[in-house]
Design a protein around this ligand. Structure first.
Ligand code: VGL
Ligand code: ZN
Length: 202
């Protein structure tokens, strides 16, 4: 059993990020059994769920003439435009049925504001608007977080950098993550996480 000051945060293990989904990550489903095996060891267990309204500003379909996986400028900075994914209440937004989501203490939903994306479990992409997770963890006495899930180079990366910047001891278990890897985004994410003080474990 892990100590009570340590939380497991499982990022976005949802159907749309698994093979067959709208924004499938290669190997996204292979991490589920080992994540399930880890969950009982933790006394604090958080799942995140990407949760977008129809017409969300991160969807390429909301920007006429823009292709999925292209970049656009948003008021808060550059934003990758994605295929429509994780629509609130859809099968694609549901946790993968293999994930033991019933074991979670807390589910944090993010990306529900139409005009702003939210990769991180802690802050939306303006790096200012909080999700509330910091307060939840601190009031439960957590000072150490372990992150796994999807995708390594986007939501896991942003969550890990924010956690470390907020002062949590932060570890990412890379073998329990899978990456989108858009134009070298995985290497850039690894470098950014290391710089922020995140421990990258195999
Ligand atoms: C994610 C792209 C768009 C992720 C979420 O979970 O990494 N990536 N929305
Ligand atoms: Zn999303």
């Amino acid at each position: 059993m892990r100590p009570a000051n340590e939380a497991l945060i499982v990022i976005d293990v949802q159907n749309d990020f698994c093979p067959g989904g709208a924004l499938a990550v290669a190997g996204g489903d292979t991490i589920i059994a080992p994540i399930n095996a880890l969950i009982p060891d933790y006394q604090v267990r958080v799942l995140t769920q990407d949760w977008h309204p129809a017409g969300h500003s991160s969807f390429a379909s909301s920007h006429p003439g823009k292709a999925p996986f292209s970049l656009t400028d948003m008021p808060y900075g550059p934003q990758v435009l994605w295929p429509d994914h994780c629509l609130q209440g859809s099968d694609g937004a549901a946790f993968h049925p293999g994930l033991r989501s019933d074991r979670a203490d807390l589910v944090i939903r993010k990306g529900f504001r139409p005009g702003i994306d939210s990769y991180s479990a802690f802050f939306e992409n303006d790096h200012k608007t909080p999700t509330g997770l910091e307060g939840y963890l601190r009031t439960r006495g957590v000072d150490t977080v372990v992150l796994v899930g999807l995708a390594t180079d986007f939501c896991v990366n942003f969550s890990a950098v924010d956690a470390a910047t907020l002062g949590f001891r932060t570890r990412v278990i890379e073998s329990l993550c899978a990456a989108i890897d858009l134009d070298g985004s995985l290497d850039a994410a690894r470098e950014g996480m290391r710089k922020a003080g995140v421990t990258l474990d195999a």
